[in-house]
Design a protein around this ligand. Structure first.
Ligand code: SAH
Ligand code: SF4
Ligand code: F3S
Length: 500
């Protein structure tokens, strides 16, 4: 970073990608979130906050923690920006377009800041961990009051105090990962379905990916902390938890007793009385047989695995440093399908990786045909400054990348539609989340396989399980008829969940 930037203020701790890349040997400490300092306990009384979240589930859950801290200080939530006294953008750095959206939003909010000079405008999340982003904010977005990173969310009360009582921009971003902080307050999105972190960070360093730099080294929460949190959620009436980690299959490897694996954790979670347990994301490389055995016991462990493949070409996978081959991925998929024949598999795919040839892209298409994913998130490769792939030679023209994305999406949509068509006439178990976004007369929820189902039924079903016969399967959603009101006809194959 330039000297000019480093000397900016005494409230300035800036990120640095080189330190973020280093993986220290020192043990990670588990600390408990401290009480809100005396002089901040009422700082938000009568004031409102708004958090805008970009990016993955990890960020969504971090926003729940941020909201929890702000509410402990006395702030109330609002979704009207003109009413907000503090607006925080919890950002994502994974692709250029995610970042562009945030800069657009920061530019737009300048007007509001001019009208309301006391408004605290903050930026947190993965973008704050990037030097280039901090420099750009300092250069062109001086109306930002507060920047903090992904490792020091628990410091928010102190940082906010500085931002409230000082005129200068407060920046505190740690490049070396922090400790595992337990006992953080959280405001969860609903009383139905909860995110639960099982680990933080990523050590995989796929060559295209910024996440290991923005989230630090892999740190697992202790099994008893994870299990206690899930037990508590079950007691409070939650029906579903989603266990979160950038690579959940690496769970436990960093703990002092390195013998307790993700499979062991899932086996223990299976015994907790919560009806549905999901997890995301699992890296194919560390997906072991023990985990497959445990998942095959089903019960509250649902029949859905998100298994990002990224490419169907072994050569491209090698350049991506994914550390598996097309063949070993397909072998893993074969084992999973054999153990759990009705498994729904979803994936992430990047097209247009530097130098990807037509033949290599065709291999991705053929892999997609072979695996038959239920759905896929597909992306055009986006260079991320500081990652190895960003300096690889890229001779694939943008139009070719776009065309590849389109061909891949057409193929995947055809497969999704075909898979959903196979559910026509079947009865599925739906956890009813609420009214459908488009039509309040329609209820909407998800199957164990994470498919969205819309159907007509009484509002009293919200938060409960319902059985729905699928009569209009579509590409991305299923429409159906609620059957619990009649004598339930089980011939359609109601899934064997453990709920009442
Ligand atoms: N930890 C997860 C991925 C998190 S990022 C995993 O490994 O499965 C989510 C997805 O974004 C990735 O799976 C990848 O498909 C995509 N992605 C990451 N970096 C990208 C980049 N530079 N350009 C395009 N897509 C990218
Ligand atoms: Fe990124 Fe790879 Fe880590 Fe996933 S496993 S977060 S793609 S580096
Ligand atoms: Fe984005 Fe950070 Fe998640 S870069 S995808 S918000 S870990």
């Amino acid at each position: 970073m330039s000297k000019e930037v480093k000397d900016y203020s005494k409230y300035f701790v800036a990120p640095d990608l080189k330190s973020a890349k280093r993986r220290g040997k020192s043990d990670v400490q588990v600390i408990r979130f401290e009480q809100i300092p005396e002089n901040m306990r009422n700082a938000g009384a009568g004031k409102k906050y708004m958090v805008e979240t970009y990016g993955c589930q990890m960020n969504v859950h971090d926003s729940e923690t941020i909201a929890g801290i702000l509410e402990q200080i006395g702030y109330e939530s609002t979704d009207r920006e003109e009413d907000a006294d503090i607006i925080l953008l919890n950002t994502c750095a994974v692709r250029g377009n995610a970042e562009d959206k945030v800069f657009g939003e920061l530019g737009r909010l300048k007007q509001l800041k001019l009208e309301k000079p006391d408004l605290i405008l903050g930026v947190c999340g993965c973008m704050s961990q990037e030097e280039v982003v901090i420099n750009r904010i300092l250069r062109s977005y001086q109306h930002v009051d507060l920047i903090f990173g992904t490792h020091n969310i628990h410091r928010l009360p102190f940082l906010l105090r500085n931002a409230l009582f000082n005129k200068e921009m407060v920046v505190e971003v740690w490049s070396k990962e922090g400790d595992v902080v337990e006992n953080m307050p959280k405001v969860r999105r609903d009383g139905l379905s909860a995110w639960v972190n099982i680990m933080y960070g990523c050590d995989k360093f796929c060559t295209y990916c910024i996440v290991p730099y923005t989230r630090g080294k892999e740190r697992s929460r202790r099994p008893e902390d994870v299990l206690n949190e899930i037990r508590e959620l079950a007691r409070k009436g939650y029906q579903e938890v989603t266990l979160l980690g950038q690579n959940v299959n690496a769970y436990g490897k960093d703990l002092a007793d390195g013998n307790y694996t993700f499979g062991d954790l899932m086996n223990d979670v299976r015994k907790i009385g919560i009806p549905r347990v999901r997890f995301t994301t699992s890296h194919p490389r560390d997906f072991d047989d023990h985990l497959i055995e445990v998942l095959a016991k089903r019960g509250n462990l649902v029949e859905h695995i998100h298994l990002p493949v990224q490419s169907g070409s072994t050569e491209v996978l090698k350049m991506m440093a994914r550390k598996y081959t097309r063949e070993s991925y397909l072998e893993l998929v074969g084992k999973i399908k054999q153990a759990i024949p009705d498994i729904a598999l979803t994936t992430d795919i990047i097209v247009g990786f530097p130098g990807e040839t037509d033949e290599q892209f065709e291999e991705t298409l053929s892999l997609v045909r072979e695996v038959e994913y239920d759905s896929a998130f597909t992306f055009i490769y986006s260079p991320r400054e500081g990652t190895p792939a960003a300096s690889m030679k890229d001779d694939v023209p943008p139009e070719v990348k776009k065309e590849r994305l389109q061909r891949l999406n057409e193929l995947q949509n055809e497969i999704s539609r075909r898979k959903n068509e196979a559910l026509r006439g079947k009865v599925v178990e739906v956890l009813v989340e609420g009214e459908s976004k488009k039509n309040p007369d329609i209820l909407s929820g998800r199957t164990r396989t994470n498919k969205l189902v819309n159907f007509e039924g009484p509002k009293s079903l919200i938060g409960k399980f319902a059985h729905v016969r699928i009569d209009q399967p579509q590409t991305w959603t299923l429409k159906g008829v609620w059957v619990d009101e009649k004598a339930t006809d089980q011939s359609g194959g109601i899934r064997n969940g453990t709920h009442p």
